[in-house]
Write a protein that binds this ligand. Structure first.
Ligand code: MG
Length: 191
């Protein structure tokens, strides 16, 4: 099977890195528990554009290379890669593709056959794609992601989703074809 896998908060613990960066740069004392939403401006204050600029500053800093992998991701991806074709499908910007691929090569060597950047939250007007569009293009029938809307898009198109459980993706019910996983071992059991 071809499986599309998200980067941030699924392979990479971006949020912890971003919180440490924000606390150091802007004098805040935020912790993970303060992020009930993934719309960072709702936790940081300020505008959406300012939050995107802060996230860009983090990715342009040396701290971005030191993002830790999500717990259990390395072992699970290695196991999955023996039986499936794994493809990175991330919302990250096109212009941090090289750094992102370098990070993935360090923590997940040889595990992924392709890398696709959906370029969400671009401030320069460059085009973005939905993850569903990318999955349709590459023939991936399953997306592992922490965004409820991304996996819902997959389900409505007759594909499958595994929703990596976080406070920001809670929902009373999930569409048919979507399963919630609380850890990478639960992802393995769901595939
Ligand atoms: Mg994500």
């Amino acid at each position: 099977m071809r499986i599309a896998i998200d980067v941030d908060e699924v392979l990479a613990d971006q949020l912890s890195g971003l919180i440490a960066f924000h606390n150091a740069e802007y004098g805040t004392t935020l912790q993970r528990g303060d992020f009930a939403t993934y719309r960072f401006w709702e936790t940081w204050g300020g505008t959406r554009e300012e939050a995107i600029e802060k996230t860009r500053a983090f990715h342009q800093s040396s701290a971005a290379a030191h993002i830790a992998p999500v717990a259990g991701a390395q072992d699970a991806v290695q196991k999955l890669s023996r039986q499936h074709e794994l493809i990175v499908v991330t919302a990250r910007w096109n212009d941090i593709a090289a750094e992102t691929q370098q990070w993935i090569a360090e923590y997940f060597p040889q595990a992924f056959s392709q890398f696709h950047f959906a370029n969400h939250y671009a401030l320069d007007g460059s085009p973005e794609r939905t993850k569903l569009e990318i999955c349709q293009e590459i023939g991936a029938d399953l997306l592992v992601d922490d965004s409820l809307s991304n996996v819902t898009d997959m389900a409505y198109a007759g594909k499958r989703g595994i929703l990596f459980d976080y406070p920001w993706n809670q929902s009373d019910e999930l569409p048919q074809g979507v399963l919630r996983a609380r850890s990478w071992s639960e992802v393995l059991r769901s595939i």
